[in-house]
Design a binder for this molecule. Structure first.
Ligand SMILES: *[C@@H]1O[C@H](CO)[C@@H](O)[C@H](O)[C@H]1NC(C)=O
Ligand SMILES: *[C@@H]1O[C@H](CO)[C@@H](O)[C@H](O)[C@H]1NC(C)=O
Ligand SMILES: [Cu+2]
Length: 140
């Protein structure tokens, strides 16, 4: 009896997935991929491969750029600035804790990277799409 109970509680942990995201591939002001659908318990692993960027949650619309230090929203997140030095590629791991959409951007350059399309969406919806968020960022 005891063994069976222990086994059943471990199963959900095994099913959690990791979603890798590359930050600024080839020096571009982008996240690749730029949007991800993930379940609670999954992780997003952001790997920073060039220059000096951040992934920071911000508003979907209105004042989008630049995202503020610490990020916006319930369960928001902020990697802080993670510069690439030589071949040391820093990583930031975020564990998904809810099913709400979260919108993020790079905070570098006083919002210039954000306005240039360095934007990312976790669990965007039909009403709040990545494309609309990115357009809001460019216009902010
Ligand atoms: C990274 O960017 C931040 C924000 O602009 C800056 O404060 C920091 O000094 C930069 N770090 C490096 C190593 O360039
Ligand atoms: C996000 O929107 C709220 C409400 O409109 C506003 O008070 C806040 O300043 C905005 N955050 C940023 C970083 O612009
Ligand atoms: Cu950037």
């Amino acid at each position: 009896m005891l063994c069976k109970a222990v086994f059943l509680t471990l199963v959900p942990i095994i099913l959690a997935a990791d979603h890798p995201v590359t930050v600024s591939p080839g020096g571009a002001l982008t996240f690749a991929p730029d949007q991800i659908q993930a379940d609670v318990g999954d992780t997003l692993t952001f790997t920073f491969v060039s220059k000096n960027h951040s992934v920071t949650t911000t508003n979907f619309s209105g004042a989008v750029c630049p995202p503020p230090a610490g990020g916006v929203g319930v369960n928001g997140f902020d990697s802080g600035f993670l510069p690439v030095v030589g071949t040391d590629f820093p990583q930031f791991v975020y564990t998904v804790v809810d099913t709400a959409p979260h919108f993020a951007a790079c905070a570098q350059g006083g919002g210039s990277h954000c306005r240039a399309g360095m934007t990312f969406a976790l669990n965007p919806t039909a009403d709040m799409t990545f494309e609309e968020f990115n357009a809001n960022a460019e216009a902010s």
